[in-house]
Every structure is written in structure tokens, then in C-alpha cells.
Design a protein around this ligand. Sequence first.
Ligand code: TYD
Length: 395
Amino acid sequence: MTTQNPGLFIAFEGGDGAGKSTQAAALAAALESRGLTVLRTREPGGTPIGEKLRSLVLDHGHGHIDAHTEALIFAASRAAHASQVIRPALERGEIVLTDRYIDSSVAYQGAGRDLGTDAVRDINHWATSGLQPDLTVLLDVDPEVGRRRRTAGDAAEDRLESEADEFHARIRTAFLDLAAARPEHYLVLPARLPVEDLAARILERVEVLLPSPQGESMSVWDDLQGQPAVVDQLRQAAQGEGLTHAWLFTGPPGSGRSNAAKAFAAALNCDQEDVSRRGCGECAACLTILGETHSDVAFVRTEKVTITIDEARDLVSTAGNRPSSARWRIIVVEDADRMAERTTNVLLKAIEEPTPRTVWMLCAPSPPMSSSLSVPAAARWRCGFRPRPTSRRCW
Ligand code: TYD
């Protein structure tokens, strides 16, 4: 965790009218119903001095406020918020949900007011002594939709909300750029999705970051039961040199083959220096891979009947890139049996001539995956998981 605290720090960000407060409230309720202690807070504000600064900077009627002054007022409010409210709560082990944090300043003052995103980030880094969220939920909203939502029922707009649409468009781009630069720390969702869908997806992502119920740390392997020999094989492969570049995980639907592939992916890119601890289930790499938000690990899960040839070509081009931060670029294809012959050929060619830092993991009911896959090609793949019909959770 970036906070290095026992608690969990989550920021909600997005343009005006994105629905952040609704989602923060829904998440707080879901977490509290599990007996977790949640602190909900907001910026600007969150402390007595912060609330005063909020009214100074947002209310109309204080005369002209130049952009630098505005940025410093937000940063001052945040400094108090971080040191007096957020940090102490994290140290107590609580879950802190804040409605806006540093990214709002980077987007609104850095990009919207044109002060420069780096400069604004740096003063806020200083103001908060580097306190960063573990996860930022970015609700991406079209500026026009945002304006319609927030002015519904004749609600008055504050000083920033009433800026032109073009200002809000710059802010939207800045938020998306921040998320793209550190994707493992972000969950980006379109704000137009139904409220319940958004809430479910946010909770799903946050669950990965929660400590295990007994407060014990769980490695990624603990969830895989029933085939210790296969788990051992994967564990050793994750620790060793000379890794095979293509793996086939076989087993009937619901058998856990995709969980096995995901655990293996986490172990391969785990942040632990000590190879015997690879797949620790605690580091940022393990958590983001299990949460499917790691920038170097792609999960291909088609809801359509087949993976199209264009999708396969996109995959091959992604697979050709070097990993951006991790040891391996990993592509997990969950429905590898749902490919037409032409598509299979595109993938096979890439798999047979893999780029040095790329690992393919294909999940399918049985090898060979379909009649279109030639047996010799399948045989060249190392079969990680075989069905074990006698096991309750068989792979
Ligand atoms: P917000 O509290 O989300 O608005 P409301 O609760 O009224 O819907 O944010 C207030 C405004 O302040 C919003 O337009 C965004 C802006 N803002 C910045 O410009 N910079 C910042 O650092 C923060 C935290 C907010």
C-alpha cells in the first residue's frame, strides 16, 4: 500500500455531476455492513479550517480570486485534511473515503486553470507529505451531462462549476491522463452506468484491497485447492528461470482454471524480492492483478460467442510491447476455445514466436482446445491444469 498504514485510503474523483458522493455513500454503507470502520470525508473541507477555506474558494462574492491563490487555498485545505483527518484515521486502521483529493487540483487548477499539472501536483505532494490514495475511483463524465445533472431542479452552480464547458472538457482529459499514467491505482468507470452497477463494480474492486477476514495474509495460492501437485508446479515455475512462454489451463467451466491462471500471473509479477514469497497476495502487483487492473496483465474475456480476428490482432500487438513496470507482460485468454480457425492462427503465430518478456495463458475446457487447434501446436504448450474428476473443485 502506498499509505504504509494499516488502513485503506480511497479517493473518488471526477467532473462535477459525476455522482461521486452517491457512490462514496454506497461504498461506505456496504463496507460498514461488514463491520468495517469507514470515515467519509470531502474536499475542499473535512476540517473546521478546511470548511472555511471551502466557502472562501467556492462561494461567489469574494471578488476575483486569481488561479495561484485558488490552487494554494485548495492545497491549504488539503494539508489540514491530510494531517488532521486522513492520516490519523489510516493509522487507526480505518477505511477513508474522500470525495476529491489531489487529482482534483491537478485537473481543475493544473489543467483547467492552466497552472501546469506538474507544478500543482508538486505543491500538493509537499502539502500532504506525499500521502497518496491506495485506490482512486474515477467516475468519467461528459461535461455536458455533468452540467445537466448538477443544474437539475434549478440548483445553483458554484464558482468552478459555472465555468465554460471547455474548461470542464480539459479537466476530464486531465483526470483520464492521470489514470492512464498509473492504471494499477485507478478504477475508471463511465458515470453514465446505472448507480447500482457502478456500486457493484466499485465494491468488487475494493474487496481485493481489504484485509482477509481473520486479518491473516493470504497468498494467491491459498484459494486454489484440490491439486497441490499442479499448484507446486506453478509455484516453482514462478520462482525459476527459463519460463515457458505459453501455458494452457484446462478444466470444465467453473472448475477454477481462470483463478489458477490469475494466481500464476500474480506470482510471476509479484513485487517480492524473495522468490520463495512470489504470489504473496499483499503487494501492489498481486492485488492489482487479482483485481484485474494491472497495466501489464490483460484479461481477455469475451461475452460474445467468439473472439474476432481483429481482437486477436489487437492482442498480438499488445503482447509485442515490453512490460511497462512488471517482470512480464501477461495475456490471459479466458475463452480460448471460442476462436475461429483464422483467429487461432493469428494467436498461434504470436505464441510460437513469443517476445522475450511475454507470457500467454490460455484457458479452455480441454486440450486440444478445438478442432481448429493442431495437436502438435497444443503439445508444445505446457499444460498447467488438468481436470481431476474426483475433486470437488476440480481443474
Ligand atoms: P465538490 O465538493 O465536488 O462540489 P459539490 O459538493 O458542490 O458538488 O467540489 C467543489 C468544486 O471545487 C468542484 O467544482 C471542484 C472544485 N475543486 C477544485 O477546483 N480543486 C480542488 O482541489 C478540489 C478539491 C475541488
